[in-house]
Each structure stands twice: as C-alpha cells, then as structure tokens.
Ligand binder design. Structure first.
Ligand code: PHE
Length: 363
C-alpha cells in the first residue's frame, strides 16, 4: 500500500506520477476509460492524493517546497484531465450525430392507408342532402320491438314477412324482439318522440333472413324518410325523391313511381330509376338485351307512399289535420347504381382495397 510507506515527494517522484497520469488520460479512448483513469490518478486513493495527505508529516522548511511542487503537479494533471474530457466528449457527440443522422431526402415508406367505408360515406352524403333542407337525422335500435317493426306499421300478425323464414328473431321468441327488417320502425319512434311537424331521415342497418349473393346480403343498410305536416301530398313526395335522385345520380336522372302495396302507406309506390346502362333501349329489343335492368328499362330503387292514416293514428297523430309521406331505399343498391359496384359481397367483406377504390367518391 502506498500509504504505508513514507511518501516520496521529490520532484522526480512527482514528475513520474504526473507522467503516468498524463499517459493514462491520453490512452483513454472513451468517456468510460477516461473515468477509470481519473479515479486512478486523481481519486481519493490515488498516489497524488496520498502524497498530498503526506505533506503534513514533512518537517519544517521542506514542507512548503513539497507543497508547491505537488500543487503545481495536481494543477497540471487537472488541466490535462479537463482537456481530455472535452476532447472525448466532442468526439463522442460527433460520432453520435453521425450515427443518428437522418437523411430527410430519402423516399418515405408509407404505411398502409385506410379509407372510410363507401357505405358510411354514401350514408353521410344522403343525410347531407336532407340536412341541407333542414331535416333531422333520427336513429333507432337494431334489435327492435316486434310491435314497432310490424304492428304499428299496420303489418298484421299473419303477414308472411313476419315469419321466421324472413325475419330474424332475438331468442327467446316470446320476447317479441326482432332484428329490424327495415328502418320503418324509426318512423314510429320519430312520431312518438318528436313534436309536429316532422322532417326526418333515418339511416341504418337492417336484417333479413336472406341469401348471400351478388345482389343480396342478410345485413344491409336503408335510409328512410318521413314527413308529417299539414297539407302534405304525393306531389311533395315526388319532388323530394327527384331531388334525392338528382343529388345521387346527377341532374339528368329520370325517376318514376310505379303503384305498389305497403301496409304502412296508402297509396304506395315503388320508385324506379331509368336504367343507367341502356336508358330503356333494351325494352322489347331482344338483339340488345340489358343485364343491369334485365331489359326492363327501369331499375327498382326503393319504396314510398303517403303515410297510412292508421299508422299516424297508432302514433296518436290527428289525421284530420296532419298527413305525411315516407320512403325507404337500400344504401347498397344506391352504391351499386351510383358507383358501378356490381357485387354486394364486396361491401361486407372488409377488403380495404374496395374501400380505397371508392375513396372520395362521395364528394
Ligand atoms: N320499409 C319498406 C321496405 O323495406 C320501404 C318503404 C319505406 C316503403 C317507406 C314505403 C315507405 O321495403
């Protein structure tokens, strides 16, 4: 142990310690190595520190000289250490900057990009047509009371659509809860909930025990419209449908109302669109058949009619003062016609490429 021997404080011995320290600092290549060298040569147990402590044991006039020698030596070592620390710090920083350098001019690898589902986009767009006219958007539950889905809409207990072959019931069947087969129960909810007059659209999911093929899916979307006000007639219905059709398909689209039957409207009609593909030219023309309209000239878009007074009465509305109209159409069908989406299965399979292919189509 150095401390056990009398310290040699001669100039030669001190120069030797200084030289050792300077060599160790110079040899240190990293911050960690320099730290080790610092502890060895300037730390509490280093030869220089021990020599410093030994000064007190030196007699008389010798002590002052030894103190000056040692002080100069320690100052020199301290300066060398600081210089080396600065140099290594700068080198390490430069190395880190070089290794972490980012070339902002390199081409970026883009992550996969999603897209809003076309059904959602189209539903928003259809809502906007009505919001722009001051209507409101109303919603209702998908698991719906059987009474609201059928009875309140004047669909009697024996109507074939109420059977389990067409309608999905939520078990147990005695609870009389169905997955709504259309958005029309939201008509009833709106009439029960809202003050008159009523101008609402009700978009949403509906369920039917249907096939799954290119033109049928068991879960699809409808948008329902309902107006109840004073002096409402079939003319208002026709004008509204024409406005919606033009907003969806362009100014030159043609619509027609074809008499039909719905229990909840009277009179009732189906709304057809003039075939986009053959514009009616395929009718009675076997040489040029049209697959889109099956040579009918028109394609069915939805149902509509003047609200049956029995439905208004079921919702407690005074039928002497008020009348209304309603319509409903499939969003998937609208997307098929509007955007040439030939296969409905694409709309439920969730392949983002389908969504991306119709991205921005709504504007
Ligand atoms: N609910 C009808 C259907 O799903 C469509 C419809 C709505 C008809 C409103 C008339 C009025 O087929």
């Amino acid at each position: 142990m150095p401390g056990d021997q009398p310290a040699d404080l001669s100039q030669t011995a001190i120069d030797d310690l200084v030289a050792q320290a300077l060599t160790a600092f110079a040899d240190a290549a990293t911050g960690a190595e320099l730290k080790a060298a610092r502890l060895a040569h300037t730390g509490d147990r280093s030869p220089l520190a021990l020599a410093n402590r030994a000064i007190g044991t030196i007699p008389g006039p010798e002590r002052k000289d030894a103190g000056q020698r040692l002080g100069a030596a320690r100052a020199q070592v301290g300066r060398a250490l600081a210089d080396r620390e600065a140099a290594i710090g700068a080198a390490e920083l430069a190395q880190r900057l070089a290794s972490e350098r980012i070339d902002v001019t390199l081409p970026v690898e883009l992550g996969p990009e999603g897209a809003q589902h076309p059904i959602t986009a189209l539903m928003d767009l259809m809502n906007d047509v009505f919001l722009d006219m001051g209507w409101e958007v109303a919603e209702g539950p998908e698991a719906e009371g059987e009474w609201l889905n059928f009875d309140a809409l004047n669909i009697g207990p024996d109507h074939p659509a109420r059977g389990t072959t067409d309608t999905l019931f939520v078990a147990p069947i005695e609870n009389h809860v169905v997955l709504r087969t259309h958005t029309s129960p939201v008509q009833i909810r709106s009439m029960l909930d809202r003050p008159l007059p009523i101008y609402v659209v009700c978009p949403g999911k509906v369920y039917r025990a249907d096939e799954f093929d290119a033109t049928h899916v068991p879960v699809f979307h409808q948008i329902e419209g309902l107006v109840v006000d004073q002096g409402i007639s079939l003319a208002h219905l026709k004008g509204t449908l024409d406005h919606l059709a033009r907003s969806m398909f362009g100014e030159d689209v043609e619509t027609r109302m074809r008499p039909h039957y719905f229990p909840f409207t009277e009179p009732s009609a189906e709304v057809d669109l003039l075939c986009f593909v053959c514009h009616g030219a395929s009718v009675g023309n076997p040489d040029a058949p049209c697959r889109t309209c099956r040579s009918q000239g028109w394609i069915e878009w939805g149902g509509c009619g003047v609200v049956n007074p029995r439905v208004l009465a079921a919702a407690g509305i005074d039928t002497d003062l008020y009348s209304g109209f309603a319509f409903g159409m499939g969003i998937e069908r609208t997307l098929m016609f509007r955007n040439n989406a030939a296969d409905m299965r694409d709309m439920v399979e969730g392949d983002v490429r389908f969504s991306r292919s119709l991205k921005g189509m709504a504007r």
